[in-house]
Design a protein around this ligand. Structure first.
Ligand code: ADP
Ligand code: SF4
Length: 693
C-alpha cells in the first residue's frame, strides 16, 4: 500500500516557536476520566498516540493550583513539585517516538467549585460557579493581589512543566472552562480596573502570562493559546472579537489552538454535528497571523484534512476523539493504510467517562485506557495461546469485536450469524435518524475480518446448542444480543402495568424492523434515558405522528448530559413539535388512552393515544447459552463457554465491543475473579505527621 501523494502535505514538518513538529497531526488536549487518579493508565494511553505517529501530543486539563479545581471531574494536577514525576512520565511517553509533548495548563476561575480543596474560588468577576452541576457555590472577584498571585502560580506551573520535560505549554481559554477566556469575555469580565473594559484591557492578563511563560522557560518552550472560537452567550467573546484579538496580538503565542465556544458545541455528536463543522468560524483567521493555526472537527478522512490545509484554513489538524478511536491514524495515513483507519463514530461515550468520574472507554477503540490497566494495545494483538479454534455466535458489536481480536491473535475463528447482514443492533440502529455513523462499528470490523485467512463467516446461520457442540471449537462465545421489552418494565415499573390488549404496543425493535405507526397519536414512554427515545420520536414525527414523549425523569434523555447532547436533544424535541411530559409515567394503558401518573405527586391525568411505543429496558437473548450450558459441552471438547455483550447484560454499544475484546484477550489467558481484572495504582502513603490534632 502506498500513500496518495496528495496527502504528503500532512507529513511536512512545521515550526511551533522554538520547536519543530514532525507532521501536521496534533492530538489536542482531551480528558479521559483517569487523570491524577490513574497516572500510569493515562501515560500508557498517551504512549500509544506517540507510537501511532502524532506530531504533537497534549495532556488533558492540568490544574495549576488548588484554589481552582473541578471535582468531581478527574483531571491532572501540577499543584506542587511532588506532582512533577507523574507528569514527567507522561512527557517521556509522549516523546518516545519523536512527538512534541504539550501540557495544557488550566485555572478554572468561575468554572471551578473547589469541592475537594475547599478553597474560596477566585474569578475575574465573582458570581455563582458556572459548571454542569449548578453547585451552590460562588466565586470571589479577584483583587490586584490575587491577580499577582495567579501570575505567580502560573509561573510555578511553567517551571514545573519545563522540569517535567514538556516542549509546549498550552494555556487553556476555551469551552468556557479557562480563566483566560473569562478575562477576554465581557460576560465573565465586568471589571472596571485595567483588566476590564476595552479588549486591550481584557487581553492584559494573557499578554502578561505569556510574557511570564517565555521568561520562566527562557524561551525554550513553545506557547500555545487554546481559545474559544465563539462564545454564544450575550456579551460573550464572539467570533468577531476573537478575530480582533488575534489581529491585535498576531504574534503573541507560537500556536493558535481554536476550539468552539462550549464543550457541547465543540464536541458535538455525529447525530447533530458533521465532520469539519467549525470551518465557518475558523476560516480566514490564518490571514490575521503569521503563527500556525490548529483546529478540530472530528476529522477522520485524510482528504478532508488535506483540504483544510491546502485551502489555508488550518496548518495543523487537531483531533481528540479521532485520536481516541484510532491512536494510529497518522501512521495509517502515512503508510496509505486508509482502510485500516478505525473511524470515530461521534457517540461521545468517551466524554461520558469524564462526566461520570469513571475511566473513559471508546466504542471503537476497545483498548482505550486499558493499555496499562490490562495490557491491551490498539493495534498489537496478544500472542496466541495453546487453543486453536474459536466459535462466535452472533455478529453484533460484541461478536464482531470478539472475532476480530481472536483472529488477530492467530486463532481459527468461525463467526455464525442468524441474519443476512453483519452488525446486529448497529445494522438496525444505523438506519434511524442521525445514527448512520453507528454503522462504522460494523463496517470497520467486517472490513478488517474480510481479508483474514483464518476467519470463516456464516450468514443466515441460526445455531442451536446441538450445532454448537458439533462444531468442535475449543472456545465458544455466545453474543446473541438482546431485545426491547414491551411491558413498561424498566427503572420505575419493576413489574408490568395493566394494559388493554386493544392498544397497539410497539418496541424499538418493531420500529427498526419497519413496523412504524403512521399519522397516529403516539405515546412514547422513555424509561431508558439515553438516545433511543428521542431518536424514535424524530422517526415518528417524520411519519406524520403526533408524539407525546413521557418520561419519569426531570429531563428528556437525561443520561445524555454525559454525552453533552441533552440540551440539543431537548431543543430538537421542541422544534419538531413533540409534546414533552416530564416526571410522568404510564400507570395503565387503555384501548384509546394512557393514564399518566405524576412521579412527584401521584396525581393522574389521561392522554389520548392510538399507539404506545415502549423505550424502557431490554431482555438478554440468553436462551441459547443456557441451553448449551445444560448439555455436556465439556464432553464435546469445548474448553470455555462464555456469554458476552448484550446477551449477558444489555448496555451501550461500547459495552458490547468491550466485552468482545475481553473474551478474545482472555482466551488461554484466564483471569482469576477474586482480584481486580485490571492493574490499579494505590496512593502512596505520606508519613504520619508527628502530631495529629
Ligand atoms: P451485541 O450488542 O451484544 O453484539 P446484538 O444484538 O447487536 O448484540 O447482536 C446479536 C447478533 O446475534 C444479532 O445479529 C443476531 O441476529 C445474532 N444471533 C442471535 N441468535 C443467534 C443464533 N442462535 N445463531 C447465530 N446468530 C444469532
Ligand atoms: Fe469517537 Fe465514540 Fe470513541 Fe469517543 S467513544 S472516540 S466519540 S467512537
Amino acid at each position: 500500500m502506498t500513500r496518495d501523494p496528495r496527502h504528503d502535505i500532512l507529513f511536512q514538518p512545521l515550526q511551533i516557536g522554538p520547536k519543530l513538529a514532525k507532521n501536521r497531526f496534533i492530538q489536542v488536549p482531551h480528558c479521559n476520566g483517569g487523570g491524577y487518579r490513574d497516572p500510569s493508565a493515562v501515560t500508557e494511553m498517551r504512549r500509544t498516540k506517540a507510537e501511532g505517529g502524532w506530531g504533537v501530543i497534549f495532556t488533558e486539563q492540568t490544574e495549576i493550583h488548588p484554589s481552582s479545581e473541578i471535582t468531581p471531574f478527574i483531571e491532572q494536577h501540577l499543584w506542587e513539585d511532588k506532582d512533577i514525576p507523574a507528569m514527567a512520565a507522561m512527557a517521556e511517553a509522549m516523546k518516545s517516538h519523536g512527538a512534541l509533548a504539550g501540557i495544557q495548563l488550566a485555572y478554572s476561575g468561575i468554572n471551578g467549585p473547589n469541592l475537594y480543596s475547599r478553597e474560596v474560588p477566585l474569578a475575574v468577576t465573582g458570581g455563582p460557579i458556572l459548571t454542569f452541576t449548578s453547585d451552590p457555590v460562588h466565586a470571589r472577584t479577584m483583587d490586584r493581589e490575587d491577580i499577582r498571585d495567579l501570575r505567580r502560580w502560573f509561573r510555578s506551573a511553567f517551571r514545573r512543566s519545563q522540569q517535567a520535560g514538556f516542549d509546549i505549554i498550552c494555556l487553556y481559554g476555551a469551552h468556557g472552562f479557562g480563566i483566560l477566556q473569562h478575562f477576554l469575555s465581557r460576560a465573565t469580565n465586568q471589571r472596571t480596573d485595567d483588566y476590564g473594559g476595552s479588549l486591550e484591557n481584557r487581553s492584559r492578563f494573557l499578554r502578561e502570562v505569556i510574557e511570564d511563560a517565555r521568561e520562566v522557560t527562557k524561551g525554550e518552550l513553545a506557547v500555545s493559546l487554546r481559545l474559544s472560537l465563539h462564545e454564544a452567550r450575550p456579551s460573550g467573546f464572539s467570533n468577531a472579537e476573537l478575530r480582533d484579538f488575534i489581529a491585535m496580538h498576531a504574534e503573541l503565542p507560537d500556536l493558535w489552538d481554536l476550539a468552539h465556544g462550549t464543550w457541547e458545541a465543540c464536541s458535538g455528536t455525529s447525530r447533530f454535528t458533521p465532520e469539519g463543522a467549525q470551518e465557518e468560524l475558523i476560516k480566514g483567521i490564518k490571514s490575521l497571523t503569521p503563527k500556525p493555526v490548529v483546529g478540530v472537527g472530528r476529522f477522520t478522512s485524510a482528504d478532508a484534512m488535506v483540504r483544510q490545509i491546502k485551502t489555508g484554513i488550518l496548518d495543523f489538524i487537531g483531533a481528540a476523539r479521532p485520536s481516541i478511536a484510532d491512536p494510529f491514524l497518522p501512521k495509517k495515513v502515512e503508510e496509505g493504510r486508509y482502510e485500516d483507519i478505525r473511524e470515530c463514530i461521534g457517540c461521545n461515550i468517551c466524554v461520558s467517562g469524564d462526566m461520570t468520574g469513571a475511566i473513559s472507554r471508546c466504542t471503537q477503540n476497545t483498548a482505550f485506557m486499558e493499555e496499562w490497566r490490562k495490557g491491551w494495545h490498539p493495534e498489537r494483538p496478544r500472542p496466541k495461546g495453546a487453543s486453536e479454534s474459536i466459535l462466535i455466535v452472533g455478529a453484533g458489536p460484541a461478536g464482531l469485536e470478539a472475532a476480530l481480536q481472536a483472529a488477530k491473535r492467530g486463532y481459527r475463528v468461525t463467526l455464525a450469524e442468524a441474519g443476512t447482514s453483519l452488525g446486529g443492533r448497529v445494522s438496525r440502529e444505523r438506519t434511524l435518524p442521525g445514527l448512520s455513523a453507528w454503522g462504522r462499528v460494523a463496517d470497520y470490523r467486517t472490513g478488517q475480518l474480510a481479508p483474514l485467512p483464518n476467519v470463516e463467516i456464516y450468514r443466515d446461520s441460526k445455531l442451536t446448542s446441538e450445532d454448537i457442540l458439533s462444531m468442535g471449537a475449543d472456545h465458544v462465545a455466545i453474543a446473541t444480543g438482546s431485545h426491547w421489552r414491551r411491558d413498561a418494565v424498566a427503572r420505575l415499573h419493576l413489574t408490568p402495568i395493566a394494559t388493554d390488549p386493544a392498544m397497539p404496543l410497539y418496541t424499538p425493535d418493531d420500529l427498526m424492523a419497519g413496523e412504524i405507526p403512521e399519522d397516529r397519536h403516539v405515546t412514547l414512554y422513555d424509561d431508558d434515558h439515553f438516545y433511543m427515545g428521542s431518536v424514535l420520536a424524530e422517526l415518528l414525527v417524520s411519519k406524520g405522528c403526533a408524539v407525546d414523549f413521557v418520561t419519569p425523569a426531570a429531563k428528556v434523555a437525561e443520561w445524555t448530559d454525559n454525552t453533552l447532547e441533552q440540551g440539543t436533544i431537548m431543543r430538537r424535541m421542541l422544534e419538531i413539535g413533540v409534546t414533552v411530559h416530564l416526571g410522568k409515567a404510564p400507570e395503565a394503558i387503555g384501548a384509546h388512552e394512557v393514564t399518566l401518573g405524576c412521579t412527584w405527586t401521584g396525581r393522574q391525568n389521561l392522554i389520548p393515544a392510538d399507539a404506545v411505543v415502549m423505550v424502557t429496558s431490554r431482555s438478554p437473548n440468553d436462551a441459547l447459552y443456557h441451553a448449551t450450558r445444560a448439555l455436556d459441552w465439556r464432553g464435546a471438547g469445548i474448553r470455555g463457554l462464555k456469554l458476552i455483550g448484550d446477551a449477558a447484560a444489555p448496555g451501550p454499544i461500547a459495552w458490547a465491543t468491550y466485552a468482545g475484546r475481553r473474551f478474545a484477550e482472555e482466551i488461554d489467558h484466564p483471569m482469576d475473579n477474586d482480584t481486580p481484572a485490571f492493574r490499579r495504582e494505590v496512593a502512596a502513603l505520606e508519613p504520619l505527621p508527628s502530631r495529629l490534632p
